[in-house]
Design a protein around this ligand. Sequence first.
Ligand code: MSP
Length: 647
Amino acid sequence: MPKRYFITTPIYYVNSVPHIGTALTTFVSDVTSRYQKMCGHQTCFLTGTDENGLKVMEAAEKAGKSPQKFVDEISQKFRVIWGGMKIEYDDFIRTTEPRHIECVQEVFRRLQANGYIYKGTYEGWYDVSSETFYKEAELVDGKSPDGNEVRWVQEDNYFFKLSAFEEPLLEHIEKNPNFILPEGRKNEVVAFIKQGLRDTSISRNNPGWGIPIPGDESKVVYVWFDALINYLAATGWPDESYTDLWPPEVEWMGKDILTRFHATLWPAMLMGLGVALPDTLVGHAWMLIGGEKISKSKGNVVEPIELAKTLAARSGCTEDLAIDAVRYYMAAALPFETDSVYTDEDFDRKYNSDLANDLGNALNRSLAMAHKFVEGKVPNAAIEPAALAAGSEAKAAYEAAMSVFRIHEAADAALNLIRFLNKYIDDRAPWALAKAGDPAVAGVLRSMLHCLRTAEGLIRPLMPSAADAIAAQLGHSPLKDWNLVAADGSLTAGTTLSAPQPMYPRLDLSKNEDRKTKNEKEGKPVEVVEKKKAEEAPVEEITIQDFARVQLRVARILEAEPLEGSDKLMKLQVVIGSEARQIVAGIRKVYTPEDLIGRQVVVVANLKPAKLRGADSQGMVLAAVDENGDAILLQPEKEAPEGSIVR
Ligand code: MSP
């Protein structure tokens, strides 16, 4: 059997359910696995739950449940949440399963037989929260370096001869530049090992929960020593067939559990067993909320599925696509070298700019124009070199990022192709080519559809349902073969395209009661403006025929920039269906270009063109006027078909 591409996540403590921070590690592993599958590898993506240890036992006691009942319930919750987030793991291991327990005991026996385990007395500080032993000198103000409470432990224990592995570890790290990523974190590990490694206690007095030490039931295996072995247990080791999976191509984790555990204790254990080391350990940074670690006790937990549900309710996208939007956010905002801070505002901003505007526009415009100019079919015409090159370059950038597990950069490469497409459409202006009867329009449309097809392939590992939706709109089956991504023949000429169906309606941020204004957040008083009465001048009646002379249409703003020489006017590039127009509007005082780009508005489409401050204006954008005379733009209550008539 050929070796499978083996990806692991840390196994999660079952003292609470996943939040956006813990979900991050599993999510990036899922993206890695989906990408490798597309590349033609048989993969095994392993995740699971860490169910032994004092921390879990104490959480069970607090919940008034037996440890077994407690871990059964929470472990199941993890599976349900991962399912909801479309995490396609192949194996889920629990440290209370017999296959794991047997493997841990066998590792213990063999390391003991190889002379790496001996009996001694441990005296020192123990942090139950991170299940870590600390030296007196490592404590900060009587607490662990992470600020957790520590308790004094004095026990006869079994020790692992970690000190024997200092040199071999440093040598391995030196010889294998991709063993620890990212680079900066590798340096931290090297510095940690160079400080000197002490032999480490790998047993605890048996509290009635945990894996008994073989031949000494009075002790259980230290939870970290036990947990790390899950990766090996899932392969069936010591059965010879374990090399069908082993070694892992990548073990993903957060930075907090890299240095002491995955990059030191774990490889030393493997060396002591004579088992190969994983190819790469990636320790990503942390996602913080309000500058703090995410935790239930701090009350700052954001749950990924809840976040998606709220997004669906607020934006009108489907819950399935909302999950993909959350997945996209986690990929794009992945803290890699340095920690990042999650805020609702940042989430909304990324959703609007990348998904509603960039992706939404590229898709809607391309399909609308294909229906208008090439009979709604994939034209039988050559892809223009610029579009072909943009697709290949995006694919190459994506591959380069994935080869070193920089998921955020892969997401960026995919979005860059979408951004290229929007610009390409503006530059090549297919509506103008069509109007002039230029046959080049077919090649331009084909190129636009090619970019969309390529983008479908690139986003698939991140956003599988969104990718399926794009494929369906292109009238093709999902593109799941990486070789075909960006390939000239990835679309079949003559295939009928569906009508554009907006996937990610724009969030109207001004409308969200759940989003406080900056002033409110900073505790500044909200300015109260005295309301003036709207002028109630007598109005002349008109007939329905009079009204019908005004052609109102839905337009989409593609570009917006302040008009030079005016502090009131904004120059807008809009499309009404597939027709491009420039409109100058007096809305600059209240709207920034970022507020406008991608938004649908209502315009008077048959207004005589005029020049405003020297700029052509081919229409008028409708807005209500507030008590200060400022504009409040009219917008369809939900995404309207491009160019629809308003009456
Ligand atoms: N049980 C151990 C792992 C044993 S692996 C042999 C453990 N579990 S954990 O549930 O506390 O953490 C699991 C993973 O979630 C870790 O990789 C951790 O870094 C990650 N994260 C937890 N909170 C996080 C953030 N706020 N941001 C990013 N990652 C976070 O440690």
